[in-house]
Design a protein around this ligand. Sequence first.
Ligand code: 13P
Length: 251
Amino acid sequence: MRKKIVAGNWKMNKSWPEAQALVHALIEKKAMIPAGVQVIIAPPAPYLQPLSVAAAPAIAVAAQNCSQHDSGAYTGEISSVMLASMHVNICIIGHSERRQFYGENNEIIRTKVDACLRNAITPIFCCGELLAERNAGEHFTTVAAQVKDALFHLSAEEVSKVVIAYEPVWAIGTGVTASNEQAEEMHAFIRAFVSKNYNQDVADSISILYGGSVNAANAAELFACPNVDGGLVGGASLKADDFMTIIQAAQ
Ligand code: 13P
């Protein structure tokens, strides 16, 4: 079943004391989390294990990235085997910043999705077009290629375990949110595309999150769109009050 999810991607922000203070502030307000909304935070890797203990069970913790390999001579990398062994069971894969700054293409992202699934980690698979692609009318073909290349080799059972995050690159960190219509149109397109390749049951089991300048003021409208199952939130997840308002908007 599709479930409502609000995930906070902290990116490369917060010192350790700041990270602890933010989780403490969120946990103090945990009674405000609506029943049926899964809350996830994705802090920087060094904080994953201690914060997963501090945040549990109200809030789950996700990694922001992992290697496509399980172990070996890959200096600086963190594997999904390691995450699973630390009880970190969710990982963001293919964020546009990984695509843009670290050369991750659809092929690499596909192998990272596979690494997550073979180690029982839920991938939050990110897709989304550049502004130039939208302006050229290529946003549907771009997103379709990303989804197809990274996911459509999976079995129906496997793909049902994936969370998809649609994050138009032009909306990330810009303050320019996709309109409700733009978000709903793309989410409906992605769900129909999954349905066509698998079936409607599979499409109806996948949560599709919206990301890109979600804030306390616009979250309720975006999350009210029929095919938007919550959000992947960057900047606004760094403030406890704003993030909690966004979580409540997913009700
Ligand atoms: P902002 O919410 O800061 O635009 O970031 C979105 C994002 O990239 C979440 O992964």
